[in-house]
Design a protein around this ligand. Structure first.
Ligand SMILES: [Zn+2]
Length: 298
């Protein structure tokens, strides 16, 4: 079955989608048609959409929707914002999308953008190598990125370092699905691979991010700070200097350092967080900044 994408920004054939993706879309379309038909029958309206048309709507929605994120950039939902869907992707974007509840804001994060320069956002996590970013963009958005970072393979030396040397590190998706998510297992996995791969390897960045959250959950803040600092170093390499992801990571590291009594470092990173988040969240004081500013002044 071939679906033709009727996306707002990307008029591409959806037959480029992976077989798994098409299978899911196909099944969802059949379900949606059955559900919608029965609901509309109750109120006496005959639904006139074929499975093909519903599938096309799914494809268009998937390409053009935005993940609605909370203040810490965790996804909390999905929404369509057609005005913003016209913006193209870059792996070195000059704008970022942030939310206040479900309201979307586009913030310019490059102070040197001049009149006439295209405004771009990132559709994906940028702390990944060029092959990983391109795979993700092709799978989800059906296009091949040709931005400067992809062209120059910026950062790939470190992000891909050592991948060919080890087969012991499972793909991150497998780690997340694993039932053995015990902290010791994850930490051992990290320690067994870090000397071969380096802290900036893209898989270890994901693992550090996971370990950072897990250590916070069990209140092991010293260990959490170690991983949060590693993630910060990676984000500094991969994200534009004023990107909200970087601001939030500075804020997290500052908060952990403050809690552990490292006041000088905490204040240094707080200043950096405030500088970024005051730009990206100029529509309202970022609660993270408010929270840590209050705790630092106590
Ligand atoms: Zn790119």
């Amino acid at each position: 079955m071939i679906f033709y994408q009727t996306g707002y920004t990307n008029n591409v054939d959806v037959d480029k989608r992976s077989p798994n993706d098409l299978d899911v879309i196909s099944k969802l379309s059949v379900l949606a048609q059955g559900f919608a038909t029965s609901v509309f029958e109750v109120i006496g309206i005959k639904l006139d959409y074929s499975i093909q048309q519903i599938a096309e709507m799914f494809c268009a929605f998937k390409c053009n929707s935005f993940s609605i994120c909370d203040e810490e950039m965790n996804s909390v939902g999905t929404g369509l914002y057609l005005d913003c869907s016209v913006m193209n992707h870059s792996c070195e974007p000059n704008c970022a999308v942030v939310f206040k509840d479900a309201k979307l804001y586009v913030k310019c994060i490059n102070e040197r953008v001049s009149k006439g320069v295209e405004l771009t956002i990132s559709y994906i996590d940028l702390a990944q190598s060029t092959p990983s970013r391109q795979l993700r963009l092709e799978e989800q958005y059906c296009f091949k990125c040709a931005c400067k970072r992809c062209e120059l393979h910026t950062g790939d030396d470190q992000l891909l370092q050592g991948n060919e040397l080890t087969t012991s590190l499972p793909h991150f998706k497998d780690i997340k699905k694993s039932k053995q998510q015990h902290l010791d297992v994850l930490e051992t996995l990290y320690q067994d691979n870090v000397s071969k791969l380096g802290e900036m390897n893209e898989n270890l960045i994901l693992l550090s991010n996971l370990l950072c959250s897990e250590y916070i959950n069990v209140q092991q803040f010293q260990k959490s700070l170690l991983h949060a600092s590693r993630v910060l170093k990676a984000f500094e390499m991969c994200y534009p200097a004023l990107h909200p992801m970087l601001g939030i990571q500075f804020a997290l590291v500052s908060k952990l350092q403050n809690y552990l009594g490292h006041s000088a470092e905490a204040n240094h990173n707080l200043q950096k967080a405030v500088h970024i988040l005051n730009i990206t969240h100029s529509h309202s004081t970022h609660p993270f900044v408010q929270d840590i500013t209050n705790s630092h002044t106590k």
